[in-house]
Design a protein around this ligand. Structure first.
Ligand code: NAP
Ligand code: 8YV
Length: 312
C-alpha cells in the first residue's frame, strides 16, 4: 500500500509526477471544496508535500491526525508552522543546498544589472533612443564593497562568486562565521554604511521581519544598491519606497516581496528598480534537484529511516 500524501499547492511538474508515482496523492488546491477533500482523506494522510509559497499552517496540520511528515519544496520554511508540527511529533523537511548556485547566480546577476543598468540599456535600445543619444554612464562593479546579510549556504555561494569580481566582502549575521576571511559586522546598520551593494539572504519569519528598515537603507545611502533574494518580509517595503522616492537609496533589485505576487505600485514606475517574480531557484536543473530531494525525504521517512534533510 502506498502511503497517502496531501499535496497543498502546485509545484514543479516532474516533482508532482514523482509524487503521483510513489504515493496515493490528494491535491488540495484542485479540490472545489477544500473541507470535503480533507474530510475524505484525513484519516489516511501520513505526509504533506508543500512549497515555500503554500506552506502548512497549524489548522492544516491539526486536521490530519495520522500526519507524520511535512516535506517542503524549497529551503525557506517560514510558511510551515514548525512549532505546531513539533507539538504533534511531525517531522518537517526542506531542500537545502541544491539551490545555492542558482540563487547565488541570480544575486550576482541582479547586482551587475543594477550597477551597469542592463535592463535600462535594453529598454533604451528597444525604444529607439540610441539613434539620438548614448545611455548615461553606469557604476563600476569590480572592486566595490559587498555586504552580505546572512553568510549561510547561499550567502557563501554569493561570496565565492563575488571574489571573482574582486569585491571587498563583509557580512552580518547573529553569529560570526568561524574561519571566514570576511569582515564581520555585529550591527547591520554598520555593514550597510560600509557597503556599496547590500544583499539580503537570511530566512524569513518573525526574527528577520523588517530587518532591513529605513535606518539600514539610509546607511546604505544614495548610491547604495539593495538586493533582496531572501524573503519579502525581510525588507520594510514602505520604507523602501520612501527611501527610493527621496533618493536616500540608490536602487533596489528585488526577487521577493511582502505580499507575493503583488508588488507595490510605486516600485513599478521606478527606473532604478529591477523586479523579478521570485525565481532565485528557477532553473530546470535546480527545480529538478529540489523536487528529487523533496520526494526522497518522504521516501526515506516511509521506508522507516530518518529523512535526508530534516529542519532542525
Ligand atoms: P542558511 O544556510 O540557514 O543561512 C541563513 C543565514 O542567515 C545564516 O548565516 C544565519 O546566521 C543568518 N541569519 C538567520 N537569522 C538571522 C537574523 N535574525 N539576523 C541576521 N542573520 C540571520 O540558509 P540558506 O540556505 O542560505 O537560505 C537562506 C534563505 O534564502 C532561505 O531561508 C530563503 O528564505 C531564502 N531563499 C530565497 C530564494 C529565492 O528564490 N529568492 C531561494 C532560496 C532561498 P546566524 O544563524 O548566525 O544568524
Ligand atoms: C522556491 C525559495 O521557489 O527555496 C526557497 O526558499 O524561495 C524558492 O526556492 C520557493 O520555496 C517556492 O517553493
Amino acid at each position: 500500500m502506498k502511503p497517502d500524501v496531501l499535496i497543498v499547492g502546485p509545484m514543479y511538474k516532474p516533482a508532482l509526477d514523482a509524487l503521483d508515482r510513489e504515493f496515493t496523492t490528494h491535491k488540495l488546491w484542485l479540490a472545489p471544496d477544500r473541507k470535503a477533500l480533507l474530510a475524505s482523506c484525513a484519516d489516511r494522510v501520513r505526509g504533506i508535500a508543500t512549497t515555500g509559497f503554500d506552506g502548512a499552517d497549524a489548522a492544516l496540520i491539526d486536521a490530519l491526525p495520522k500526519l507524520e511528515i511535512i516535506s517542503s519544496f524549497g529551503v525557506g520554511y517560514d510558511t510551515v508552522d514548525v512549532a505546531a508540527a513539533r507539538r504533534r511529533n511531525v517531522v518537517v523537511t526542506n531542500t537545502p543546498g541544491v539551490l545555492n548556485d542558482a540563487v547565488a547566480d541570480l544575486a550576482i546577476g541582479l547586482m551587475i544589472a543594477a550597477a551597469r543598468r542592463i535592463p535600462q540599456g535594453d529598454r533604451f535600445v528597444r525604444e529607439g533612443k540610441w539613434i539620438r543619444q548614448g545611455l548615461p554612464l553606469a557604476q563600476h562593479v569590480t572592486g566595490k564593497r559587498l555586504g552580505i546579510v546572512g553568510l549561510g549556504r547561499i550567502g557563501q555561494a554569493i561570496a565565492k562568486r563575488a571574489a571573482g569580481f574582486d569585491l571587498k566582502i563583509s557580512y552580518h549575521s547573529r553569529h560570526r562565521v568561524r574561519e571566514s576571511p570576511f569582515a564581520y559586522y555585529e550591527r547591520l546598520v554598520d555593514l550597510a554604511r560600509n557597503s556599496d551593494f547590500l544583499v539580503a539572504i537570511v530566512p524569513g519569519g518573525n526574527e528577520t521581519y523588517h530587518l532591513i528598515g529605513e535606518e539600514v537603507m539610509r546607511a546604505l545611502g544614495p548610491k547604495g544598491i539593495l538586493v533582496n533574494v531572501a524573503r519579502g518580509s525581510v525588507v520594510d517595503e514602505k520604507a523602501l519606497v520612501k527611501c527610493l522616492q527621496e533618493g536616500a537609496l540608490g536602487g533596489a533589485e528585488l526577487d521577493v516581496f511582502e505580499k507575493e505576487p503583488n508588488v507595490p505600485e510605486a516600485l513599478l514606475a521606478m527606473d532604478n528598480v529591477v523586479l523579478q517574480p521570485h525565481i532565485g531557484s528557477g532553473t530546470h536543473e535546480t527545480r529538478a534537484a529540489m523536487g528529487q530531494l523533496a520526494v526522497d525525504n518522504l521516501l526515506a521517512h516511509f521506508a522507516g529511516g530518518p529523512p535526508i534533510t530534516p529542519v532542525t
